[in-house]
Design a protein. Sequence first.
Length: 81
Amino acid sequence: YHYKAHFTVFRRSGTAGQTCNLGFSQDFGLEMVCSDYAASSEFPVGIFCDVPGGVGMHSYSVCARADKTGASSNSSAITVG
């Protein structure tokens, strides 16, 4: 399998506020792991600091998605945990 996995964090302000992707871009996210890299980590780690710009309740969600690469007709699953 050839794969490219993108990971990002979303922040929601309040209970019904708009969701904000805290990654570098909508396509890239915060971290990307790719099978084509000569060296990469299968377990990306890091410390994330956020300054939401206002006092209040904020909730965060970690999300992942796989891109189809190579000759495979489907993307492999990503396990986050």
